[in-house]
Design a protein around this ligand. Structure first.
Ligand SMILES: Cc1cc2nc3c(=O)[nH]c(=O)nc-3n(C[C@H](O)[C@H](O)[C@H](O)COP(=O)(O)OP(=O)(O)OC[C@H]3O[C@@H](n4cnc5c(N)ncnc54)[C@H](O)[C@@H]3O)c2cc1C
Length: 460
């Protein structure tokens, strides 16, 4: 078989792979990228982008309701699920094309097919017409992750997040199982779009890993919006009946639904890659083990993004890609910092957070000062919406540094992105106090909170 030589062979055209391929090619490297499905990976096709588009769609329901208090009369609104799906599909197709243009424009050779490393510096790609063999100085595995559903009676009847964007028909009754951000987002989105949503989580409180105050608050807000949220509850089995899917819960109750979404976890996409055969060390669930330079146990093979099961976010995969390319083809000065990574959850209302939770800060620093503000946003004075906003600052008492910043409220992600720069730069509470607010906004509350809370608002 003919062998094509290159400097970098990238397996996977998702967030991390596309960025790495493009940056490496721009630095003069001969790059080949193999993608087995649609370009853009999880984020573009079944993750961040379609999810956010659907979140916008869901928010319109509330906007329409809120408009009445501002004098608007809107005739009976109607939602067309098929139109939303078609518009989303068209936009995603456009983005797939943009990704292809970016790659080809940068000089990357794009190969459509399933790729697997067959030796430390060799990759085989099964394309539609034939198998191709490549010899690469460096191989990058950026194959991402995939949803996983546990085994239980009736598990074949449930769907994963991958299927949620094209459900047919729209589920009038949706059961969401899981308490992570993907479960909470889909519960909020489909509730907003008009489904009757029940969410089950086997733990005591959703969104493990987030600040406890935020977790309690978002549960209240999601319930206010109409999500029937049951914590400490799990599914024992699911059966298909004439009335829909009947989920039997561990506490003896049953829930009837048209669709059951299992959003209980994701695993690294390593099946069939033959990593063991080439000697790449793997950890839990097959996650590829890498060092601080994204090198696997085989020095010519690297891995970034979700397949390494570290911080599973698109901007992290992008940051890792740029640090790796800089190391392989540049001066190696670029580093990916894993502290103060901001993140948002597109629930209704949104959540955004950067830095430590109160509990983490207490464990690390001992003495922390907490500032907390809960209020009804100005808009709701006329809209009549009962939705409330929560803002919280966690300060290391000894250094006065703000080490955690958390928000639940409209556009929380937009607000917190800016503050993330301040936290990354080491801003102290004194700097926050000296900053002038923008009035009238919700965000100004972050620079006007003066009275610390006397005790932790929520027991850890
Ligand atoms: C529902 C959902 C919502 C999300 N929302 C957000 C969000 O709001 N914000 C955020 O930051 N992150 C979000 N994420 C996470 C984000 O999508 C991922 O962290 C990110 O896509 C990881 O990028 P990656 O490059 O590691 O992998 P991916 O983007 O998954 O790309 C991997 C690619 O590799 C391809 N591939 C796999 N194996 C092979 C092979 N052997 N040969 C060829 N190609 C192969 C796949 O087809 C895929 O295209 C969300 C994820 C989900 C599931």
């Amino acid at each position: 078989m003919e062998i094509t030589e290159c400097d970098l062979f990238v397996i996977g055209g998702g967030s991390g792979g596309v960025r790495a391929a493009r940056m490496a090619a721009q630095r003069g490297a001969r790059v080949v990228l193999a993608e087995a499905a649609a370009l853009g990976g999880t984020c573009v096709n079944v993750g961040c982008i379609p999810k956010k588009l659907y979140s916008y769609a869901a928010h319109f329901a509330q906007e329409i309701e809120d408009a009445a208090g501002f004098g608007w009369s809107i005739a009976e609104p109607a939602f067309d699920w098929d139109r939303l799906k078609a518009n989303r599909a068209r936009e995603i197709l456009r983005l797939n094309g943009v990704y292809e243009k970016l790659l080809v424009g940068a000089g990357v050779e794009l190969v459509r097919g399933w790729a697997e490393p067959v030796a430390a510096t060799q990759v085989k790609v099964a394309t539609e017409s034939r198998d191709r063999l490549f010899k690469a100085r460096h191989i990058l595995v950026a194959t991402g992750g995939t949803p996983t559903v546990p085994f239980f009676p009736g598990c074949e009847l449930v769907v994963s997040s991958d299927s949620m964007f094209d459900l047919d028909p729209f589920p009038a009754r949706l059961l969401v199982v899981g308490g992570g951000y993907i479960a909470c987002e889909f519960a909020s989105i489909f509730n907003g779009l008009g489904a009757k949503v029940t969410q089950l989580y086997r733990g005591a409180r959703v969104l493990r890993g987030f600040d406890d105050d935020i977790r309690v608050f978002i549960e209240q807000e999601m319930r206010k919006h109409g999500v029937e949220l049951h914590t400490s509850a799990d599914v024992r089995s699911i059966e298909k009946t004439a009335h829909g899917l009947r989920a039997h819960l561990t506490d003896g109750r049953t829930v009837l639904a048209d669709t059951v979404l299992y959003a209980t976890g994701r695993v690294p996409n390593v099946n069939g890659l033959g990593l063991e055969a080439v000697g790449v060390k793997q950890g839990k669930d097959g996650a590829i083990v890498v060092d601080e330079l994204y090198r696997t146990s085989v020095p010519s093979i690297h891995a970034i993004g979700d397949v390494t099961s570290r911080v599973q976010l698109t901007p992290v995969a992008l940051g890792e890609a740029m640090a790796l390319v800089d190391h392989l083809f540049g001066d190696g000065k670029r580093k990916m910092g894993y502290d103060f990574i901001p993140t948002a959850v597109f629930t209704h209302p949104n959540i955004a957070t950067v830095g430590m939770t109160e509990a983490q800060a207490r464990e690390k620093f001992g003495k922390v000062t907490v500032f907390r503000s809960e209020f009804s946003p100005l808009k709701n004075t006329l809209s009549g919406s009962k939705e409330r906003t929560l803002m919280k600052l966690v300060v290391d008492s000894a250094s006065d540094r703000v080490v955690g910043l958390h928000m639940v409220g409209p556009d929380a992600g937009e607000v917190v992105q800016g503050f993330a720069v301040a936290l990354k730069a080491g801003a102290t509470k004194a700097v926050f106090d000296a900053t002038i607010g923008i009035h009238p906004t919700a965000a100004e509350e972050f620079v006007t909170m003066r009275e610390p809370v006397a005790h932790p608002a929520v027991a850890g």
